[in-house]
Design a protein around this ligand. Structure first.
Ligand SMILES: Cc1ncc(COP(=O)(O)O)c(C=O)c1O
Length: 430
């Protein structure tokens, strides 16, 4: 890995008020502002200077809020589709792939774009602080953070529901600086989040921050940096499957930076985001033209989540209403929220593998299914430039080549443990 790396120069800005301020190290909210708003990174370099591939993901460091490079990263890869494009009659379909596909240059060993977040967030951390990063997740996020923190000796506490332990597979062992704790079987993602909130009340533990963390969003935005620099201009449409919608917010933000850069056009990509039916709260809110999610019954939502194959698309509290969040992104770009059933996604997955030559994640299949649908319905022009964000893939391929091991929990908590119990366990673990 190259040694000549200088911290990226940037400031932070409140979306709501436009106020600009310094990053105090781990700023997640605008200081002194009461009304909730996402904050954004304002990079000193307005024109993106892409470094060579030896920098891994940090080839895009000009637009990543990082002060160091970590070991082992790989950027998303963009190429022009032949097989799927021909099948759908599309002239300018570009695929941005995050995952494991060595022939294409994609070497993300945890097989999803969540790795872009983990390398960016880890690169923003101050190594001197000695604080433990806390991440709650039910799937790909926990796997990517575990891998990146293990390889780079960053203390990490992962909070995961016990029923999701099968997501924690790895092609090499995870080191001791990463500790996994779970909420017992029968709990879900929200119970894991509750546990992580308790941990963050203790000294020495800091929340990763989710969509509020600029490093997370700008990490995901590298998919668009890859696409636009490869294509040569900003596409007209952006297709992605969403749970929280953070990837789409990031795509919008990257798009705005390219407009400022001035070399890639001045259009805004229409964000064509999709959910896995029957769990479609973003679709329902968007179609009702509502900034807030429509009220839904938690039990009903749990049942819908059980039904969907793309479990990572099951976020019940997405950053949709918040200022600078998904509703604002969609409103600004004029996109649409689509959905696909399990059957449509399974068909799309088979078609993609046959025509493009790699297996893809169930979530990415939802995006492909929505693209197929949108083309059939005439919602996109056949000669439009389209970016299809394949957010995860190559897992089957990787597992056929390498033996995987599973990370074991250091402790199993009750569904809602007390702060004292959590403190006792974490004092022992760290
Ligand atoms: C493979 C994959 N695709 C898509 C998503 C949805 O991402 P977002 O946070 O942008 O909604 C996830 C989230 O975990 C994911 O793992």
């Amino acid at each position: 890995m190259p040694q000549d790396f200088q911290p990226t120069k940037y400031k932070l800005q409140s979306f709501k008020t436009g106020k600009i301020f310094q990053d105090e190290g781990w700023t997640l909210d605008a200081p002194g502002e009461e009304s909730p708003s996402l904050i954004r990174a304002i990079f000193e370099n307005k024109q993106l200077n892409v470094r060579d591939d030896s920098f891994g993901l940090y080839k895009f460091a000009d637009w990543l809020p990082v002060n160091k490079m970590l070991e082992g990263s790989s950027p998303p890869v963009t190429y022009k589709s032949k097989g799927l494009a021909e099948e759908l009659g599309l002239k300018e379909l570009y695929i941005t792939f995050s995952g494991y596909w060595p022939e294409k240059g994609a070497k993300m060993h945890t097989c999803s774009f969540k790795e872009t977040e983990a390398y960016s967030v880890g690169g923003r951390l101050n190594p001197e602080s000695g604080e433990v990063l806390v991440v709650a997740s039910a799937g790909n996020t926990s796997r990517s953070f575990a891998r990146v923190c293990s390889d780079n000796n960053i203390p990490l506490l992962l909070c995961v529901p016990e029923d999701n332990l099968n997501a924690l597979w790895f092609d090499k062992p995870i080191r001791d600086n990463v500790k996994l704790v779970v909420t017992r079987s029968g709990s879900d993602y929200f119970d894991a989040i509750h546990l992580s909130n308790l941990a963050c009340q203790l000294d020495g533990f800091i929340p990763e921050g989710g969509a509020k963390n600029v490093a997370r969003r700008d990490g995901m935005g590298t998919t668009v940096l890859s696409a636009v620099t490869e294509i040569g201009h900003i596409p007209e449409y952006y297709f992605q499957a969403v749970g929280s919608g953070t990837g789409a917010i990031s795509a919008w933000e990257a798009n705005l930076r390219f407009i400022e850069d001035g070399r890639y056009g001045s259009n805004k990509m229409k964000l064509m985001i999709s959910q896995n039916h029957p769990f479609i709260p973003l679709h329902d809110a968007w179609k009702a033209n509502s900034r807030h999610l429509l009220p839904f019954d938690d039990e009903e939502a749990r049942k819908q989540v059980e039904e969907i194959d793309a479990k990572v698309l099951s976020n019940r509290k997405p950053p949709y209403p918040i200022a600078g969040g998904l509703f604002d992104a969609m409103t600004d770009t004029g996109g649409d929220v689509l959905f696909a059933t399990n059957e449509e996604a399974a068909y799309a997955s088979g078609l993609f593998e046959k025509l493009e030559g790699i297996d893809i994640h169930p979530a990415a299949s939802v995006a492909v299914a929505s693209l197929i649908d949108a083309v059939k319905a005439g919602e996109v022009e056949k000669d439009a430039t389209i970016m299809l964000n394949i957010t995860g893939g190559g897992e089957k391929r990787l597992k056929s080549e390498k033996e995987v091991t599973y990370l074991k929990p250091s402790h199993v908590f009750e569904i809602t443990p007390s702060l004292e119990t959590v403190k006792g366990v974490l004092d022992r673990l760290f």
